[in-house]
Ligand binder design. Structure first.
Ligand code: GLN
Length: 285
């Protein structure tokens, strides 16, 4: 089998299983199986694929047929222009969460200047660490706490912290939501689980491979966010802020909960790129 034949086989196999991005995914899986990039693959399309690589590739395609997410198979996902290690212990970074980071970086720069000097931030429920690390990379003088209840998630986050060279400024803490924070912060950022328990069976099959604890937010999807808001007043400085990613169906409910927890604060809801309400911002100061 040549590289081209492998590519065409993978494309057809994934397409027949109803995988929309079969074109791109067959290419990504073949590159992963041979340890080469796209340009290197296209430079050898008519060469013969070594048998052991062909076998490896077929195994990867078969894993994808079980609806295992592509990112878990390749063990990586790009987020905010950075490459993150991921596996089934962490939620796969989502494009809508980039907006949370963008808002947080903008708000910190406004108050603390371009490098975020003296800003102390926290990412609650960090998972792969993608939000905390993207903040640390783009605010090169800020300090960031990143919490997670899952030891497995923190192991992945630690790898990513080292990969991006921010171990000196990102402190990983194990525990429930904001409980492990050793000091009040200037900005608390969180993408907590917000899927309704009852919606779980109807989620795309890929999501069933992700940690349930990172997705499910209780009967109405707001359990974790409500708990965080209850503890937040002592964890965020009196002139600090919170930015919370929310389910588009809950933005107003969460905004009301935030107004109740922080009666003196300004609460706003921001849309994502699809125009859906996605981030609730609370400014205390
Ligand atoms: N945005 C994710 C989804 O739609 C959910 C992530 C979360 O619960 N925070 O699947």
């Amino acid at each position: 089998m040549t590289y081209l034949e492998a590519l065409l086989w993978g494309r057809a196999t994934l397409a027949s299983a109803g995988i929309d991005e079969h074109y791109l995914e067959s290419e990504v899986l073949l590159c992963h199986a041979i340890g080469k990039n796209r340009a290197e693959l296209y430079a050898r399309l008519s060469d013969r694929l070594p048998d052991d690589r062909a076998e490896a590739y077929k195994r990867l395609v078969k894993r994808r047929l079980t609806r295992e997410p592509l990112a878990y198979i390749t063990r990586r996902k790009e987020f905010f222009g950075l490459d993150f290690a991921v596996d089934a212990r962490v939620l796969i970074p989502r494009p809508e969460t980039e907006m949370l980071v963008e808002r947080a970086v903008g708000a910190v720069r406004e108050r603390f200047g371009g490098d975020g000097k003296r800003a102390v931030l926290a990412d609650i429920g960090t998972g792969s660490g993608c939000v905390a690390i993207a903040l640390a990379v783009h605010l090169p003088a800020a300090r960031v706490y990143a919490t997670d209840a899952s030891a497995g998630a923190l192991a992945v986050a630690e790898r990513n912290v080292r990969r991006h060279g921010v171990a000196r400024r990102v402190t990983l803490l194990r525990g429930d939501l904001a409980a492990p924070l050793p000091e009040p912060v200037d900005m608390l950022v969180a993408n907590l689980p917000y899927v309704l328990d009852g919606d779980y069976p109807n989620l795309a099959p890929e999501l069933h491979h992700e940690p349930r604890a990172a997705l499910l937010g209780g009967p109405d999807g707001t359990d974790a966010i409500a708990r965080l808001l209850r503890s937040a007043p002592t964890k965020v400085k009196p002139d600090g802020a919170l930015l919370l990613e929310v389910n588009e169906a809950h933005a107003e409910t969460v905004a009301e909960m935030a107004r109740a927890a922080f009666p003196e604060a300004t609460v706003r809801v921001w849309p994502d790129l699809a125009g859906l309400p996605r981030v609730v911002e609370v400014r205390r100061g």
